[in-house]
Every structure is written in C-alpha cells, then in structure tokens.
Design a binder for this molecule. Structure first.
Ligand SMILES: O=C(O)CCC(=O)C(=O)O
Length: 268
C-alpha cells in the first residue's frame, strides 16, 4: 500500500462491466417491494439493533436513505431514488456482483498485497441519491470488520463519476499509520462503540474525485468519509470489504456473525 494509505486504479472496470452492474441493480430495486427494509445512517447506530440489519450479512437487503421519508411517512422521491444502499452479501447471492468480486483482477490485487486466503466479508451497492444521499461520517473500516491481526482492505468501485459536488470519498492521507481508533461491538443489546469518535480536522481530508470504472483500494485503518449529496446527480458505487481468513481471527464481537464461512477468493 502506498504511503497515503489508498490507491486509485484508473479504469479498473470497463464501461460495459459498470453498465451491467448498474442494470442489474436497477432490476433488483424494481423487484424490491419495500415490505421488509430498514433505514441506514452512519450518524445514528441505534438502528443497528435491528434484526433486518444483522441478517443482511448473509443476504441482499435494502436500506433507505435517512431523509427518504416525509412527515407523512411516505417516500419523498420514487423508490429507485430513495435507497441508500443494498447489502451485504451481493457478492455471494447475485451472479453479476459475484462475477466482479471473484474476478481475476480482484484476486491478483490481494495476491500482490500478500493475502493468503482473502474473502469478501461484505458488499454494498451505495447510491448516494440526488438531493438526499446521506453522509458517511469519518471512520476506519477495521472499526467494523475487526480481525486479529487486522486485515481488512476496502475496495470502492465508482459506478458513476464521483466529484466533490455529488459526494465523493475524502480521506486523510497517511492516517492509516496512526492505528485503529475504536471498534464497533455487537452484544445482546445491539451494537455500540467502545470509544467515542476522535474529532478530525476537516482541513486534513483530501477529495478522491474519480471517474466511473476507477477503483479505490483503501487500507483498513485509513480515515475516510463522504458528505451528503445535495446535488441533482447520484453517485453510485460498489464497495467490497475483504479480510484474510488464514492467520487472522474474525472477532466474535463483530456485527457480522455468519452461519456459513465466507468463500475465499483463492487459497494460497
Ligand atoms: O461510498 C461512500 O460514500 C462511503 C463508503 C465507505 O466509506 C466504505 O465503503 O467504507
């Protein structure tokens, strides 16, 4: 990993691959009837008590934007412009997303990073909807996906151009060198953080403006965030998080507690 703690691989996915993933997600959303769903917010983790969220670790679930609903309880925009994300096992259950996650290009990246038995532990299709796309507060991925020793790497594929205007990622270069700040713990009451979030100086963040098809590789301790999308343009992305399942122990306190072991990308 470069000293900045992230890497942008330009044109990692072709325009056609991106279109296939976007079309497939449009189909999944079309088939979603809203009967079972939840709301996703990174500012308020109380909702993470909810069973729908925990079960989403091993299926394809739909989470609305926090601002999706008006005072009358109805959606303010059409369904396809109201969903915050779909996750967290798209890579396992949907052939289109599985094909990308298990592709040779993704595997060889982990091989070059020295992973022995990497497995995608969660996948998210993030919409960052126009006008209401929720902010993602500063965090480190290892907070949520803790192994001993630490092994999480985030992968973020732009499925549309991501700009300062429509809510691109921002990161503090080199912040991965300062260690893990806190963990999110799951217990019988739901989830909580073991420490408060440090306060970050916004001047330290740099924007990661990327083109559709570009791939951002993120060290698990890198501090990153994204702002609300108040623009009229969405900012779709596919996020995958990978951990090493050999020599690294998945914590029993993590929110993801799978019934079946995740399938490795390869075994070295
Ligand atoms: O897509 C975003 O805005 C944030 C994604 C993110 O932080 C992640 O996937 O770890």
């Amino acid at each position: 990993m470069p000293p900045a703690g992230y890497l942008v691989l330009e044109s990692f996915a072709s325009a056609e691959e991106v279109q296939v993933m976007r079309d497939r997600m449009a189909e999944l959303v079309e088939g979603f009837d809203g009967a079972e769903s939840s709301v996703f917010s990174t500012k308020d983790h109380r909702q993470l008590k909810d069973d729908y969220f925990f079960k989403s670790a091993e299926n394809i679930s739909f989470f609305f934007e926090e601002k999706a609903f008006g005072d009358d309880g109805c959606l303010r925009q059409p369904k396809e412009l109201s969903i915050n994300k779909v996750g967290h096992a798209l890579h396992e259950h949907d052939p289109v997303f599985k094909k990308f996650a298990f592709s040779e290009n993704v595997s060889s990246l982990f091989s070059s990073l020295g992973y022995k038995r990497p497995a995608v532990i969660q996948s998210m299709y993030i919409f960052k909807q126009p006008g209401i796309g929720g902010e993602v507060v500063p965090h480190q991925d290892n907070t949520f996906l803790y192994t001993e020793p630490l092994s999480c790497t985030g992968l973020w594929l732009a499925l549309e151009d991501a700009t300062i205007t429509n809510g691109c990622l921002w990161a503090i270069p080199g912040s991965h060198k300062n260690g893990l700040k806190r963990r999110m713990i799951r217990d019988e009451n739901g989830t909580h953080f073991d420490r408060p979030s440090p306060s970050y100086d916004q001047k330290e963040f740099v924007p990661l403006e990327v083109k559709s098809g570009d791939f951002v590789v993120i060290h698990g301790d890198l501090i990153h965030q994204s702002f609300e999308n108040l623009s009229p343009v969405s900012r779709h992305a596919l996020s995958l998080h990978v951990v090493d399942t050999e020599g690294c122990k998945w914590s029993k306190d993590n929110w993801i507690q799978r019934k079946s072991a995740p399938e490795p990308l390869y075994v070295s």
